[in-house]
Design a binder for this molecule. Structure first.
Ligand code: ZN
Length: 1007
């Protein structure tokens, strides 16, 4: 029976019952012969095996590597091997969202397997030089077998590695040749055969559905690609090869815990890339994360030489470097290297199944792809065993640089201030714990100097007791630094190369986001302190975060219950209470009842609103609050002291239960969709409808009052703009991100007044005036003398006074903007200044770190609320003494200046500083360009933002809200729920989804 016929039968699930007779029973044509479909090379010719250990082929019923196997088959093979081979032990390490079990298989010599627990403990000692004397450490390094961690297929549609892993597992577990038994004396191997079973099985079901009798070797066919969302990501469409530093997904969490228990010296992960490519392995190329240890770079080069020779022996083509950078620490390979493992990355040309025709006319079969992964794996393991002592000694040396008496790594400490946002702090603490970082807590208030998150120097700043302190001097120092440090820098040479690439080809060398700093993404107030943990902080190991004291206090209260809006979980609580029929309100201003203060955004459950509630209100409150670990405080009076809001006034807005629909599938981008899906379903925990975007036209949208349109839905928005407008006008809340938001911002074809910057360049004065007006509205300091004057003023101050020196033609403005657009970030953290009078920003501080990527920039006029703009204003440092800047000197215009040139900020700061009104010039005070007089703008927080891009982003709208009839349109310039880790902007998204129908839209009272 031909290979394809067999594959077809297997795909139909009939291989057991009908094998051999299928062709007779069903009248189907035979496949046309296609030369080259059979790949005959044996993986390990002549090897001898222990016949007690079943071969993968005997378990599968076909030769291993002849076609991609599914999760169930992988599990069957490793269980069969583990049950019969005394060299193996199988461990479970987690479950996927879809309930599939994750495994790793430990393989070693029989004696090593018998003493596995003590080996594990010794590997732990080797990983923390503080736990063992120098002599004992050196002895361990010399005696211990090296530990390899072989991880296959984190991307579910990159198939060949998992099949190779079965062959590797059997070979190591059963081969009786001395080459293998010797290897196992020197090395313990851990195989994770399949890191993403949900994705792989999803992809295999697509291949099965697109299976044909006639062979297809065209890599553009559905058989070789699947369709939206294909198999790369896990259930909620997360790329788990970006999740290592965030650990939001259960697969990642299980793996990190397991790897931290074992502390491998070598780490490999296998992937696939474009079908017409060859094979790539380490070392990578710049940009490299500056925290990567030196010994890793050395060993990558040595492993590469050996591996190249193994491929050369077969005449196979391969390469290193080229597109493979190691800047972002959330890839498997950089994460593992940063925690000390020599790492390798395999990228095989993807052959999803059967074979693919290549440009030179040959076929590359699936089995050959598996063979490449096999040869790569065995070459690396052999090389590791051979160099065991040196690799392990270098591992120990690296750990000694990080911690213990001989540590050399620079003293640096991260201080995270306590916060009333308990959910946020819990998530931060959880992530630090799962990564294995040591966290201390200040026993008392102390003073420290260093830098804040937007690069401002702080001196002797008071930090309260309870401040979390993370010292870089600990065994996982490099990973900790890579995750937490504020501002890693690329080398000047890389910047030069990148700029040339952008200018010459309009493309970037950067492979992923350039900024990710955890204290920024999580938006926790943090400082980088030079030096070790301050002695006067009286720091001790931080205890686990305490749960809310009691879910409901003052349960007998007759007026209302309040849930503190500082806590992210308060929004979720509001959503979940409304889902159960409880009416809730949200405060749009800070307030105080019974002498206790609450911030804006706090949720209030009034007894009176819930008179008709059929259940036990307190019991439901208790249940929801307990689950979310928040407290509801009963209040006895609704009277706010003085000017503070009272319960019956306008500042406690009644919420409307959200009825949410989210658009998904083509043309919506799977990542943005997955992040919104995960966030609403898994983080907020409220019901929603996940709809096919293309069905929008025919859907009955009246069922919903919130419609989320993730990135990528521009064409859908364009095609249905009239329907969307009618729906919003009737009270709906539209929330759109990135490209979908841009479609609403189109003049004439869109909805609302927000525009893309490039479309309004000739009218920028108008948009800048809106920005100035917003700022003045917050800062206004009227001058009573002038107001009560009986004469009109000699002149009126127009605070903008901009653009008058620079009347560039429209063509010139476009040229300048096109130039700036070339340099837009591939993903960087920028500061967004926050309007504290918007309900959308409840829970935020005065600025929020925003992940910005792509070329889109939004401009909003005064008719549009803009709760978050890019660029945070901070008082400018005092101007240098020498020649006092003249107050009447008008600053240069914005478009002439690159980015953070602060020269103009220092001029004419009299108006805002208000130190001496009487001396103010008679002439109008000069206006501002990027920042008001007396202030400077802080924009870049972390990652690569070219000055041209900073200039373009300064004052751009990140978040806009405008009314559409009885409803509203909310636009995010980029995805707020980035990788489920951008917790600052995620809070804004929660506010929009849960509070939107009540806060920004109006619903009719039912008669
Ligand atoms: Zn991959």
């Amino acid at each position: 029976m031909s290979h394809l016929n067999r594959a077809l039968i297997a795909a139909a699930g009939l291989n057991v019952i009908l094998a051999g007779c299928w062709a007779q029973d069903v009248a189907a044509p035979q496949p046309s012969p296609l030369a080259g479909l059979d790949y005959k090379d044996e993986f390990f010719p002549g090897a001898k095996y222990d016949s007690n250990v079943p071969t993968p082929s005997s378990v599968l019923g076909f030769p291993v590597g002849s076609k991609p196997v599914n999760k169930g088959q992988i599990e069957a093979v490793i269980k069969a091997i583990a049950s019969k081979s005394p060299r193996c032990k199988l461990f479970e390490y987690g479950k996927t969202h879809e309930g599939r079990t994750l495994y790793y298989l430990v393989i070693g010599s029989e004696s090593n397997i018998r003493r596995l627990d003590s080996l594990k403990a010794d590997y732990g000692k080797l990983s923390d030089p503080r736990k063992v004397s120098k002599e004992a450490g050196d002895k361990l390094a010399s005696d211990l077998p090296a530990l390899a961690w072989m991880a296959y297929c984190i991307h579910g549609d990159e198939m060949s590695g998992s099949d190779a892993s079965l062959a590797v597992a059997h070979h190591l577990a059963a081969c009786t040749d001395s080459s293998v038994t010797k290897m196992l004396d020197d090395m313990v191997v851990i195989i994770d055969p399949l890191m993403n079973p949900d994705g792989r099985d999803r992809y295999l079901s697509m291949l099965a559905q697109n299976r044909t009798i006639q062979p297809s070797v065209d890599d553009q066919s559905l058989l070789h690609n699947g369709y939206w969302p294909a198999g790369r990501m896990n259930h909620y469409l997360f790329d788990m090869n970006r999740d290592w530093i965030f650990a939001t997904q259960p697969e990642t969490r299980g793996r990190i815990v397991a790897i931290n228990q074992w502390n491998p010296h070598y780490f490999m992960e296998s992937h696939e890339m474009g079908s017409q490519d060859t094979f790539l392995f380490m070392p990578g190329r710049e940009a490299l994360n500056p925290n990567l240890p030196e010994n890793i770079k050395k060993w990558e080069t040595r492993f590469a030489a050996d591996m190249g020779a193994a491929f050369d022996a077969h005449g196979w083509r391969y390469y290193t470097g080229e597109w493979n950078d190691n800047w972002y620490p959330g890839y498997s390979s950089s994460w593992a290297a940063l925690r000390g493992s020599v790492e390798n990355l395999y990228e095989q040309a993807a052959i999803s199944t059967d074979a693919v025709r290549r440009p030179e006319g040959t076929l590359q079969t699936y089995r050959e792809a598996v063979h490449h992964q096999w040869v790569a794996s065995m070459a690396n393991l052999g090389f590791l065993a051979k160099n065991r002592k040196e690799v392990v000694a270098d591992y120990l040396k690296e750990k000694r640089e990080c911690a213990g008496a001989d540590a050399t790594i620079a003293h640096r400490t991260f201080a995270i201030l306590p916060s009333a946002n308990a959910a946020r702090m819990r998530q931060f603490r959880d992530l630090m714990a799962i990564q294995g970082f040591e966290v201390l807590s200040a026993g008392k208030a102390f003073k420290a100097s260093g830098k804040d998150r937007i690069g401002r120097e702080v001196k002797d700043r008071e930090m309260p007791a309870g401040t979390l302190l993370l010292s870089a001097r600990q065994p996982l120092a490099r990973l900790l630094l890579a995750m937490l440090e504020f501002d890693p820098r690329m080398t000047p040479q890389f910047l030069k190369d990148e700029r040339r690439e952008l200018l010459r080809f309009g493309r970037s060398l950067i492979y992923d986001t350039t900024g990710w700093s955890l204290p920024m993404l999580f938006d926790v107030e943090a400082f980088e302190i030079a030096g070790d943990v301050p002695a006067d902080a009286d720091a001790k190991a931080a205890a686990a975060p305490a749960a809310a004291a009691s879910a409901v206090t003052n349960a007998e209260s007759t007026v209302a219950f309040v849930i503190d809006g500082a806590d992210d979980a308060s929004v979720s609580a509001a959503g979940r209470l409304m889902e159960r029929g409880v009416w809730a309100r949200v405060a749009d201003k800070p307030f105080a009842f019974d002498g206790r203060e609450f911030p804006r955004g706090s949720v209030l459950i009034a007894r009176k609103d819930n008179m008709a509630f059929s259940g036990d209100l307190v019991a439901v409150l208790k249940e929801v609050c307990t689950e979310l670990k928040v407290a509801a405080t009963g209040i006895k009076t609704g009277l706010g002291q003085g000017d503070l809001p009272d319960l019956g006034g306008e500042h406690f807005v009644l919420l409307q239960p959200p009825r949410i629909a989210i658009l998904g599938r083509d043309p919506i981008g799977p990542y943005g969709y997955g992040e919104a899906w995960y966030f609403i379903d898994h983080v907020l925990g409220v019901r929603a409808t996940y709809m096919e975007a293309r069905n929008l036209g025919g859907a009955d949208l009246r069922r919903y009052n919130v419609l989320v349109i993730p990135e990528g839905g521009g064409s859908i928005v364009k095609d249905h703009i009239a329907d969307l407008k009618a729906w919003a006008s009737a009270g709906g809340t539209i929330i759109a991100m990135g490209g979908s938001a841009a479609a609403f911002a189109k003049d004439k074809e869109g909805l609302g007044d927000t525009r893309l910057l490039q479309d309004v360049l000739p009218k920028m004065d108008e948009y800048r005036q809106a920005i100035v007006r917003e700022w003045e509205a917050r800062q206004a300091m009227p001058e009573p003398d002038k107001i009560w004057s009986f004469s009109p003023p000699e002149s009126v101050v127009y605070p903008w006074m901009i653009g008058e020196d620079d009347k560039a033609s429209d063509d010139e403005l476009k040229r300048r903007d096109a130039w700036r657009e070339l340099f837009m970030p591939a993903g960087a953290l920028v500061a967004g200044r926050v309007d504290d009078r918007s309900w959308l920003t409840g829970g935020l501080g005065e600025y929020v770190p925003v992940i910005y990527s792509g070329e889109r920039v939004f401009a909003s006029p005064a008719t549009v609320q803009t709760p978050i703009r890019i660029g945070f204003f901070t008082p400018a440092p005092p101007a240098p003494k020498k020649e006092e800047a003249k107050a009447d000197e008008r600053p240069d215009t914005k478009s002439d200046k690159a980015g953070d040139d602060k020269a103009d900020d220092k001029s004419g700061d009299k108006k805002c500083e208000k130190k001496d009104d009487k001396k103010e010039d008679k002439k109008p005070a000069p206006g501002w360009t990027t920042a008001p007089p007396g202030y400077e703008m802080r924009l870049r927080m972390s990652g690569l933002v070219w000055p041209e891009a900073a200039d373009r982003l300064a004052n751009a709208a990140y978040l806009t809200r405008e009314s559409v009839g009885s409803g509203q349109l909310i636009l995010f310039a980029s995805n707020p729920t980035f990788r489920a880790a951008a917790l600052g902007t995620s809070r804004v998204f929660s506010n929009a989804v849960i509070l939107g129908p009540g806060m920004g839209a109006s619903q009719p009272i039912k008669p």
